[in-house]
Every structure is written in C-alpha cells, then in structure tokens.
Design a protein around this ligand. Structure first.
Ligand code: FNR
Length: 180
C-alpha cells in the first residue's frame, strides 16, 4: 500500500515532520510511505489552476497515485497552518485528486491539547468541504507537549504515545481493507 504523508509545517526541526518520519520508519512493513514537503509549493491562484507550475503537477500526481493520505499537522492560531490550507486549495481544484481518497490525521503541538482544534477543522474540510475524502474516525492522535516526547535524534520516545499509535495503525490497516 502506498501512502503519502502531508506535513503542515515547513520548519527544519518540525515535530510534525519528525512524527511523519517516525510513522514512515516504524511501520515500513505495513505500508510504503513518502513524506511530502510543502516547502516549494507556490501559492494557490485560480488564474493558473488549469496550467499550474511543475511543483503542483508533481505534488498532485503523488497524491493521486497514493492509496491514502496521512495528514500530520501542527496547530496555528487554533486552526490549520496556511501552508496546509494552500496545499488543500490546490488539491481541491481541477482534477480533484482527493475525491474518494481515504485520509487519516495526526498532529503534534507544544500545547497540551495536541492540535485538537486544528484536527477538528481539518476533518471538516476533508470530509465536508470540497475534497470529499473519507476520514478515519476515532483513532485521533494528538501528540501534546511534543517538545518533551522526541529525543535529540528526532525519535518519538514517549512509550504510551508509541503504543497508542501502534493501535491506531492497526485500526487504519483494517479500515483500509474496504479501499484496497
Ligand atoms: C503556534 N503554536 C500553537 N500551539 C498550539 O497548541 N495551538 C495553537 O493555536 C498554536 N498557535 C501557533 C501559531 C503560530 C504562528 C506558531 C508558529 C506556533 C505552537 C506550535 O504548537 C509549535 O510551534 C509547534 O512546534 C509547531 O509544529 P512544528 O513546526 O514543530 O511541526
């Protein structure tokens, strides 16, 4: 199974990037995951949506070829970061590559609530917004106080969180049977 992870932070030392990298490496026997960076995506502009820059063509192709998308997002100002909204705007238009494509969501923040509000908004955008992406319900991964849960090398070292993610990945794999 091919999965793309879309990380809503372009920060070099992003905890969400570390979380995506952790998922990619720990569950490599479950799925083949590519972590996509949003760093080089131009801003969405309706004037060029029919003939977008190559970065957008490539980005949309990777999403289209995947069986599912894992969204790993920080919370900015109680919602999703602008870079993630920009990516979603591109994905929602013209060939609409997210329609029917399964999504699951995780997030890490320094606050204790671990991106609850951002994920609530993202779930609504994916499912009820223009994307029509079925979203894995329940199994919500909120990595709060994330600065205390990774080691110097970027490994997730908080055992309860790791065990919980193991169970979520298991549930995700079962849920995906209906789509693959
Ligand atoms: C934040 N942060 C934050 N945290 C949170 O729990 N709720 C919030 O609403 C916000 N808002 C917010 C706005 C902006 C502009 C920034 C830069 C930060 C803190 C955030 O959780 C922290 O910076 C994370 O480390 C961001 O994720 P990455 O970049 O480490 O993946």
């Amino acid at each position: 199974m091919k999965i793309v992870a879309i990380v809503g932070s372009i920060r070099k030392d992003s905890y969400n990037k570390k979380l995506a990298n952790f998922i990619q490496s720990r569950y490599k026997n479950h799925f083949d995951m590519e972590v996509l960076s949003l760093e080089n995506l131009p801003m969405y502009n309706q004037d060029i949506e029919e003939n977008p820059p190559q970065e957008i063509v490539d980005f949309k192709a990777k999403v289209k070829e995947s069986h599912a998308v894992l969204w790993v997002t920080p919370e900015y100002n109680a919602t999703i970061p602008g870079v993630l909204g920009n990516a979603i705007d591109w994905l929602s238009r013209v060939d609409k590559v997210m329609i029917g494509k399964p999504s699951w969501i995780m997030g890490a923040s320094m606050g204790n609530l671990g991106t609850v509000k951002a994920q609530m908004h993202l779930r609504d955008i994916l499912f009820a917004g223009g994307l029509s992406s079925p979203v894995l319900m329940g199994n919500e991964v909120y990595v709060g106080a994330c600065h205390t849960k990774f080691d110097e090398q970027g490994n997730l070292i908080d055992e309860p969180t790791v065990l919980f993610i193991d169970s979520v990945v298991n549930n995700f794999m079962m849920w995906m049977r209906q789509y693959t």
